[in-house]
Design a protein. Structure first.
Length: 272
């Protein structure tokens, strides 16, 4: 009996989404969404524009409250939990439209996020006690290490509003990592990149998974990246999962071909 219980604990998904739906003024954006995310895997969510992919991210990370259904992280329900608390639990995300503090420097953007797990008290802050200075130094050092890892260390003193688009994308990932996530959700991280940059992103995500023992979920339109990187795919259309499985299984699924191309009798190039 003990061995069976241990097996059950090991097999428990790190993230479980049960029959989650979301409606806006009667319009169903997500319908009956389910997910059992295995720890350490890289999952991709694909689908045409408006399929509900980003809404799923919002529902998982607390930016939207489901109309129905439940979300569980490590066996504990987090449905409707505010985003800061979800981030502190270990779920971090990036955004389809980059959200950074434009008037702060690259380093400051990361240190703001790194302070999520730093406990200050008012007295040590106002008195600038040695304990406060030690904590600030640790936050700064950890943030600099992340910038080095993401190839942004040379830009640490630059204001964000002067950065190139690709650097902003990497900075957003660095800032998410600063919250010490267990699950990293990336919303279109390859948007605006060329094939060479997409290949670099592929290698970077694999490296980050190894370095930080991450579980990764991607929403992305770069199908070459998704097919080569992800171990499992979900395909959404009109807010519903229409296919799930290995990249090859999903690529060949007739409903996926129809949702991308509008016909079942043409080439699969759009999902290759």
């Amino acid at each position: 009996m003990t061995e069976n219980k241990e097996d059950e604990v090991i097999s428990e998904p790190i993230l479980r989404v049960e029959d989650v739906s979301k409606s806006f003024r009667g319009l169903r954006a997500v319908s009956g969404y389910n997910l059992a995310l295995r720890e350490g895997e890289i999952l991709g969510i694909i689908g045409p524009n408006g399929a509900g992919k980003t809404t799923v991210f919002h529902l998982i990370t607390g930016f939207l409250k489901p109309s129905s259904g439940r979300v569980y992280f490590r066996g504990k329900e987090i449905t409707g939990t505010p985003p800061p608390r979800i981030a502190k639990l270990g779920l971090a995300r990036t955004f389809q439209n980059i959200r950074l503090f434009d008037r702060l420097t690259v380093l400051e953007n990361v240190t703001v996020a790194a302070q999520l797990h730093t406990n200050y008290n008012i007295f040590e802050v106002f008195a600038c006690l040695p304990s406060f200075r030690r904590k600030e130094k640790r936050v700064r050092d950890d943030s600099l290490e992340l910038l080095k890892l993401l190839g942004l260390a040379d830009l640490r003193d630059r204001r964000v509003d002067g950065l190139a688009y690709g650097d902003k994308r990497r900075l957003e990932i660095a800032r998410a990592l600063a919250t010490r996530p267990k699950i990293l959700l990336l919303d279109e991280p390859a948007a605006g990149t060329n094939p060479h940059e997409s290949d670099q992103l592929h290698e970077m995500i694999l490296s980050l998974r190894r370095t930080f023992a991450l579980t990764v979920v991607l929403v992305e339109h770069d199908m070459r990246l998704m097919m080569n990187l992800c171990e499992r795919l979900q395909a959404l259309n009109y807010g519903e999962v229409i296919a799930e499985g290995t990249p090859e299984e999903v690529r060949q699924h007739p409903d996926v071909i129809v949702s991308y191309l509008g016909t079942s009798g043409t080439t699969q190039s759009a999902v290759n």
